[in-house]
Design a protein around this ligand. Structure first.
Ligand SMILES: Cc1ncc(COP(=O)(O)O)c(C=O)c1O
Length: 433
């Protein structure tokens, strides 16, 4: 009998190459050799396979070929700050490495001083009182926490609502936890906020929805949540018993109006958890540190999960985070720098007659004509004489699920050096205007 590997539940197991080989063999009625068996066993899980098609592949290919032709690319693609980590955090990291040289494994939930610093910052910034003992826990940056949190509360087959264009780990974490992603649309006519009536319809039609992801200030649309939205969402989710997971990684990246936290809108946090990060406010993407704050039970479930996952955030890194949370000057400077870049880029978009949103975060969300992939490819070779191109992220690449409107937009991350942003703005004025 032809060999069928363990765990295979059909022809979709294994990579396409493996499936093809198994099919040919079955047709011949041949048994697998030892080598073939081994080749077939070394395969990604079915869930993993879902995530193996790289969304940016097409644009990356165009970028590589432009570079191979000698183009200099000004990169507005990935939202990774290029400015250095706040120097106070660098010093604290260095001191921390010596001070904690014998500390062993760090705490799963963060040092008490780290949690107190986070609570102090929440109080100063949002006027909320979070108990560092029970309502705050350290995270290894927010990506890890966003991906893993569903594992702590979701049973297989239950659903999570998430924005249809958004940060990929909302979907990844849900799927790997055995859950089902359900999407809501972020529409221009609704200020890129979820339509609460649409959310209520979805929640009332599906009692399996356990949680909703929200993200304000929003990547990629730059929208900020209104007070009415937060109040309405809390009322709705408390009525139906749904968890609000609020990704607040960009609360410190604003233009003039300070974004608020969902924590400010209810004294009852039993169904609310917020994910904060040092990454953007302190150029600390390389440190991997943040914290979650919210309802005691939700925090305790996530803490328990972390004991199974990893061994906490390095103490020296927590020291760096404590230093960064205690200083607002560097964050102010960062905002000023992004303001300068934002003004340069948006002035060029104005000249080119391209509509855009640039209300917060360090992104600019621009509405283009035609397909976002075609636009992005064209931008890569924008100035053919000077051989300078611009890399932007096509909206369709940011779609997590069904997102009919995403293809009409592209995202600029304001991360290149200000001189490069100036040059990109000049090119856009000349070539798109
Ligand atoms: C919306 C959003 N949330 C969370 C993150 C995660 O950031 P980190 O893991 O560095 O805290 C990012 C990173 O780009 C993001 O865009």
């Amino acid at each position: 009998m032809p060999y069928k590997y363990r765990g295979s539940s059909g022809s979709d197991a294994g990579t396409p190459k493996q499936q093809h080989a198994a099919l040919r063999r079955a047709e011949r009625g041949a048994a697998a050799s030892g080598k073939e068996r081994l080749d077939e066993m070394i395969r990604p899980s079915k869930r993993m396979k879902e995530f193996m098609t790289y969304a940016f592949a097409e644009v990356d290919k165009a970028k590589s070929s432009a570079q191979a032709e000698g183009y200099r690319i000004i990169d507005f693609g990935v939202g990774d700050p290029t400015e250095p980590l706040y120097d106070g955090a660098v010093r604290a990291l260095q001191r921390g490495a010596s001070e904690h040289s014998r500390s062993g494994y760090p705490s799963y939930i963060g040092m008490p001083r780290f949690r107190q610093a986070a609570a102090g910052w929440l109080k100063k910034r949002f006027s909320v009182e979070a108990d560092p003992d029970t309502q705050i826990t350290s995270t290894a940056g927010s990506k890890e926490a966003i991906f893993h949190f569903p594992f702590a509360i979701l049973d297989p087959g239950e659903s999570v609502l998430m924005p249809s264009i958004g940060y990929p780990p909302y979907r990844g974490g849900t799927v790997f936890a055995g859950g089902i992603p359900e999407y809501y649309q972020l529409k221009e006519e609704n200020g890129f906020l979820p339509d609460l009536a649409e959310i209520e319809r979805k929640i009332s039609a599906n009692s399996g929805i356990r949680m909703i992801w929200i993200n304000y200030p929003n990547n990629p649309t730059t929208a900020m949540a209104t007070d009415a939205f937060y109040k309405g969402l809390i009322e709705l989710t408390q009525k139906y018993g749904v968890v609000i997971a609020s990704d607040e990684a960009y609360t410190e990246m604003y233009v003039d109006k300070k974004p608020r936290s969902v924590l400010e809108f209810s004294d009852d946090w039993s169904n609310i958890i917020v994910f904060q990060s040092l990454s953007k406010r302190s150029n600390a993407t390389g440190l991997r540190v943040g914290f979650a704050a919210g309802g005691k039970d939700l925090i305790s479930y996530y803490r328990k999960l972390r004991t199974q996952l990893d061994s906490g955030v390095a103490n020296a890194v927590q020291e760096a985070a404590i230093a960064a949370l205690g200083d607002e000057g560097h964050v102010q400077e960062m905002r000023a720098l992004y303001d300068e870049k934002r003004k340069l880029l948006t002035a060029a978009l104005d000249t080119a007659g391209i509509r855009y949103w640039a209300d917060s975060t360090f992104y600019v969300w621009a509405k283009i004509h035609g397909s976002s992939i075609d636009f992005s490819k064209r931008m890569l070779t924008l100035d053919r004489e000077k051989k300078v191109g611009i890399n932007v992220t096509p909206g369709s690449m940011l779609a997590l699920g069904d997102a009919p409107n995403a293809d009409g937009y592209v995202r600029f991350a304001l991360v290149p050096h200000v001189d490069e942003v100036r040059l990109a703005a000049e090119l856009m004025r000349a070539k798109l205007g």
